[in-house]
Write a protein that binds this ligand. Sequence first.
Ligand code: ZN
Length: 376
Amino acid sequence: MLLNCGQPLPLLRHTDVPPRVKENFILTGYRFPNYSLKDCLLSAFRPTNETGNFWTHFLPVFIFFYHFVEVFGWENAPNGDDAFFYPLWNYFIGVFCLLMASSLAHLLNSMSIVVREVCFFVDYGTISAYTVGSSIAYYFYIHPRAGLQEVPQTQPETTRSSYASLDFDLFFEALYIPIACAVAIICILSCCNTRQRWRKYRYVIRTLVFILPFFVSSTPVFYRLLTISPYSDKTSSFASSNTMASFFYRHCFWLLLSAVVNISKVPERFAPGRFDIWGHSHQWFHCFTFLSILDELHMIKAEVRAILLSPSLLLGPESSPRLPGPTVASTYGVMLLLQTTIVSVIAWFSWKANRIYGPQRDQLLKDHPHMHQKCH
Ligand SMILES: [Zn+2]
C-alpha cells in the first residue's frame, strides 16, 4: 500500500466507488480504483476485500508445483524434457498461467477501471487455455489408445488393443483437440462479453460456459470410466489406473461446489458486510477450483504412472503407434496457437473497454488528483 504522508490510503465503502467496481453484498474494504502499480502490489499485505482473492490463488502455485514434480522421480520415468512429458508440461503451463493470472488480476485490478477490465479478460483467457492444457494431457495419457502400439494383423490382438478398437476413433483422433480449442475460444468470447453486455446474468453465463469445456475435455475420462480397464488385472498399472475414478469424482465434486458458491454468493448474501475481507464466496470459489485442479493432477498422474509401470506400452521411436506420441507441434504448437488467438481476443475487448471506460477513468483522475501526489 502506498503511504501518502506516511498514512495508508483509506479503504472505501461500496457507496464511494464507481458502480463498475462494486461487488454484490460486499460493503467495505474497497481500494480506490486509481492505485499505482506499487500501491496494488503492497495491498497484498493489507486486509482489503481483494487480499484473500489474491492469496487463495497465489499460494496454490507452490502446492501445485510440489505435487507436479513428483512424477519425474518415478521408476521408469524418462527425463523431464522427453517427448513423453510434453503433454504434462502443457498441463503445467495451463495451470500455472491460470493461478498466476487470477491472483495478479485480483491484485492489480485497482490500477484503473480500464485495467480492471483487462485483468479479468486475461483471467478468462487463462481459464480457457487451462482447459486446453488439460485436454492435451487427457489426450495423450487417458486417451483409449494412449501408449498403444500398432499390432500387426498377423498377430492376435492383445486385450489392450481390443479395448482400444473403438467406434470413437474419429472423435478422439481427429476432433477431440480441435473441439476443445473451439470451445475454449467460445468461452473467452462469452465471458469477455458478459463484462460489456448481458450483465444481469453474468455469473450464470460465466459458470455455464465453463461447464461446456468440462464435458468436452473429460470425454476420454468418461470413456475410461464406462469401459473395462485397459490394463490386465493384478498388475501395478491396473492398480494405479484404478485410482483415477475416485480422483475424477472428487474433481467433479469440487467443481460443482465452486459453481454453487460462485452463483449463489453464499455466505455474504446472508450477512452483507460480515465477510467483506475474509470468507466471502469468491475466496471459497478459488479454494474449491484449486482443489478440483489438484485432484485432476492426481488423476493424470495416476494414468501417467500406469503407463510408466508398463514400459512395453511406452512408444519407442521405431514403433508404429496407433496414437502417435506427443510432438512439439501437437502439444506446445497447439498451445501457442491457442494462446495467440486468446491474446488477440483480449486485445480486442481491451480496446473496446478503453473506449467505454477511458473517459470515466480520466474523470476519476481529475476528481482525485491528490491520490497520486507525493508528500513534500
Ligand atoms: Zn477470482
